[in-house]
Design a protein around this ligand. Structure first.
Ligand SMILES: *Cc1c(COP(=O)(O)O)cnc(C)c1O
Length: 407
């Protein structure tokens, strides 16, 4: 028998190109293994993961406690549907609510579903509690937002690529510039159900709003009787050095959307968490998901909550994040125009005349660091929170090499 050669990188990419829709443009690496902050491709090359699945892998690849929770649950029961109770669901909801200082949990799967769910809950709350006339409720959102890819969510995107050809769109949204309290004040009315905002805008390029903005959103929502919904799907669960990005401002939202890292990089797990006064409006049959809150998802989610409850990951993100920002800050004026962000999360704005974001990502991959551009000229750096200081330095050295040597 002749041995069949393992497919090469090019052959795997050709399969993707032929058999998958072309809704992504991945870097030309084909990964087959991951551990901690490292991934390995099919040719055996190792890379430092500087993206973490857009913050889905906050605990790194295959964190032993998360894998143990998943494997343990695989040996018991994985799906019951919500037609029946199961022994992971109540504990997951309680533990997640206690961790986040909230009172109720609506369990879903993907981030977009959590955002959709928060929109539905806010609308129902507006009609039943606030007294907004039927079918007139509005949700105010920020420009350059990213909340997911469903038809309703792209209805209020300001990114033409995300919207073009996908109309007609869902009405009931008002878009105001991110960071402007004056614009928000002008947009919030008696019919406003909620203001939906990312505490840090990830896709927009890791954009941190002006100091006082989030507290101002809270105050305005209180004044006008509107809900504040914080989309913490990317910013939450340790990424910025606190449990939630809003915690930096001492601000509490009425509803939070969580996702990405909540599934530990193993399974999709998302949730809306918040007060009983708001989430309590849902009645049986009004909303749901076959897979939402399934036993495997809950077991992994509980392990994620356990890891976060020690505060260790938040502390790592804070301390290593300070180091990351200090080191990246040294590149400003040397191929870097600006560095934004908080904790182990940075948007590195490439200076005019430097490589395009895509080129820079490809060059970094050749140096063994996987990162991805967002927008045309921003590198998004978001390593797993388990990364060591030495690994972090190695990645930052590569960023410096790619952005400075060609000038
Ligand atoms: C990723 C993301 C979403 C969407 O999550 P999916 O799981 O991809 O549907 C929503 N909001 C924010 C802020 C995100 O970063």
């Amino acid at each position: 028998m002749t041995a069949i050669a393992a497919p090469t990188t090019e052959q795997f990419i050709a399969l993707d190109d032929e058999w998958s829709t072309h809704n992504y443009h991945p870097l030309p690496v084909v990964l087959s293994h991951g551990e901690g902050a490292w991934v390995t491709d099919v040719e055996g090359r190792r890379y430092l993961d500087f993206l973490s699945g857009y913050s889905s892998l906050n605990f790194g690849h295959r964190h032993p406690e998360l894998v143990a929770a998943a494997v343990g649950q695989l040996g018991r029961v994985t799906l019951t549907s919500r037609a029946f109770h199961h022994d992971q669901f109540g504990p997951f909801c309680r533990e997640l609510a206690e961790l986040t200082g909230t009172e109720m949990v609506l369990a879903m799967n993907s981030g977009a579903e959590a955002v959709e769910s928060a929109i539905k809950v806010a609308r129902k709350w507006a009609y039943r509690v606030k007294g907004v006339p039927e079918n007139t409720a509005e949700i105010v959102v920020a420009g350059a937002n990213f909340h997911g890819r469903t038809t309703t969510i792209v209805s209020f995107s300001t990114d033409e690529t995300a919207r073009a050809d996908f109309g007609p769109f869902t009405p009931g949204f008002r878009v105001v510039p991110y960071g402007s309290l004056d614009a928000l004040r002008a947009a919030v009315t008696d019919r406003t159900a909620a203001v939906l905002v990312e505490p840090v805008q990830g896709e927009a390029g890791v954009v941190v709003p002006p100091a006082g903005y989030l507290a101002g959103v809270r105050a305005l929502c209180d004044e006008r009787g509107a809900l504040m919904i914080a989309d913490e799907i990317q910013s939450g669960l340790g990424r910025t050095g606190d449990l939630l990005a809003l915690d930096h401002e001492g601000v509490r939202a009425d509803l939070y959307t969580l996702g990405k890292a909540l599934g530990g990089g193993i399974v999709p797990v998302s949730a809306v968490v918040g007060s009983r006064a708001v989430l309590g409006v849902l009645r049986p049959g009004e909303h749901g998901s076959t897979f939402g809150g399934n036993p495997l998802a809950c077991a992994v989610g509980r392990a994620v909550v356990r890891l976060l409850s020690t505060g260790e990951f938040q502390r790592r993100s804070r301390e290593l994040g300070a180091h990351l920002h200090a080191r990246l800050g040294e590149l400003v004026g040397h191929g870097v125009a600006e560095v934004r962000g908080r904790g182990l999360w940075a948007g590195v704005e490439i200076a005019p005349g430097g490589p395009r974001g895509r080129e820079a990502s490809e060059a970094l991959a050749r140096l063994g660091v996987l990162c991805k551009e967002t927008q045309e000229t921003t590198l998004r750096v978001a390593p797993p929170l388990v990364i060591t200081r030495e690994e972090l330095d190695r990645g930052v050295d590569a960023v410096g090499e790619v952005l400075t040597t060609r000038r």
